[in-house]
Design a protein around this ligand. Structure first.
Ligand code: NAD
Ligand code: TYD
Length: 351
């Protein structure tokens, strides 16, 4: 008989979390999935509409900074495993105000580790704490080289410093208390349901509405992009096959300069919107650079590919087109998230 698990997925109403929750609900009907999310500006239950009413799905609205609540959730639902994604995730917000990043990303993670430790005491070998992290903890690369699992941490933004700190706590709990843990560090994700403060959905939204496309600095910074469903597939593989205490880098060997991505997006959208070729490129506007802007991220994903047999399923151009189609077909979703508090943030960031 298939093994029963009660898996707590944190941050499941966010971008990546919603794809992970969907994959686990559909692929593993014998697991009970508890999606715990505080529903901050980035959390949106509309991302999971198709899962409402599924018998193996429960949503819990809670804040991971609340230690007592975390203990209660673990004991009430007899949580057997954790996939931890809840985080403050946007670098620009972390520059504007780092404090929330320390509360959620550092203290929130430690609260979950404490709750897991208490609940699983004496039985650690039967339970897994999977911490989802980012390649940004490794810092910034020049033109050459890749981030390996053995690369030293060198975080450069308040966001990456808070994620690096949370990774260190996870490893410290594994070493000190013998909690079974695994960590993955992934490159930039793109795809449906990403909040339009991040580069790709922001540009899709602005191209559609003929608004300026803000390119920080010269647009020469390089990011390594992975389709979000491929990240969710990797998380599935690491959760089920990853070795205790190990780290896995996840990425698609897919580096792009920001300006090249935005030009490609303009081209794809000109076609989809029936605009004259080259017209959306006129919207490109160079703006003040991000403070301390990391130059290049590039993941060496050989370990997860060779040891766990994972590889990305989509080419970038195909994934980008799927993403554009999703945003064009889900105008209501975009309208809902671009109203209210997001508008206030947008005004502050770009005006
Ligand atoms: P997101 O901002 O879209 O979603 C974060 C989710 O966490 C939201 O649903 C939000 O409501 C929830 N949340 C925030 N604070 C909370 C709190 N205190 N308590 C409970 N829930 C809270 O983020 P994302 O892009 O989906 O990223 C998910 C995870 O993956 C993060 O840990 C991030 O560091 C990591 N990651 C992201 C990327 C990327 O490109 N987006 C790449 C690598 C790793
Ligand atoms: P972002 O999507 O915020 O992800 P991250 O900072 O985690 O890599 O940004 C991706 C790249 O795009 C990054 O180099 C910053 C740049 N960028 C812009 O040029 N303009 C923008 O408006 C945004 C949001 C990002």
């Amino acid at each position: 008989m298939a093994e029963q698990k009660n898996i707590l997925i944190t941050g499941g109403a966010g971008f990546i979390g919603s794809h992970v929750v969907r994959l686990f609900i559909n692929q593993y009907p014998h697991y009970r999935i508890f999606n715990l999310d505080a529903l901050t500006y980035a959390g949106n239950l509309e991302n999971l509409k198709d899962l409402e009413g599924k018998p193996n799905y429960t949503f819990i609205k809670a804040d991971i900074t609340n230690q007592d609540k975390m203990h209660e959730v673990f004991s009430q639902h007899d949580i057997t495993d954790v996939i931890h994604l809840a985080a403050e995730s946007h670098v620009d917000r972390s520059i504007a105000d780092p404090t929330a990043f320390i509360y959620t990303n550092v203290i929130g993670t430690v609260n979950l580790l404490n709750a897991a430790r208490k609940q699983w005491e004496g039985n650690f070998d039967k339970h897994l704490f999977y911490h989802v992290s980012t390649d940004e903890v490794y810092g910034s690369l020049d033109d050459g080289g890749y981030f390996l699992e053995s690369t030293s941490y060198d975080p450069q933004s308040p966001y990456s410093a808070s994620k690096a700190s949370s990774d260190h706590f996870v490893r410290a709990y594994a070493n000190t208390y013998k909690l079974r843990t695994v960590i993955s560090n992934c490159s930039n994700n793109y795809g449906p349901n990403q909040f339009p403060e991040k580069l790709i959905p922001l540009c899709i939204h602005n191209i559609k509405h003929n608004k300026p496309l803000p390119i920080y600095g010269k647009g020469e910074n390089v990011r390594d992009w992975l389709y979000v469903v491929d990240h969710a597939r990797a998380i599935d593989v690491v959760f089920h096959q990853g070795k205790d205490g190990e780290t896995y880098n996840i990425g698609g060997f897919n580096e792009w300069k920001n300006i090249d991505i935005v030009r490609l997006l303009c081209k794809v959208m000109d076609k989809k919107l029936g605009r004259a070729e080259g017209s959306s490129e006129q919207l490109i506007t160079y703006v003040k650079d991000r403070a301390g802007h990391d130059l290049r991220y590039a993941i060496d994903a050989t370990k997860i590919m060779e040891e766990l047999g994972w590889k990305p399923s989509l080419q970038f151009e195909e994934g980008l087109e799927k993403t554009v189609d999703w945003y064009l077909q889900n105008e209501e979703w975009l309208e809902h998230v671009t109203s209210g508090t997001y508008q206030d943030y947008y005004q502050k960031q770009y005006n």
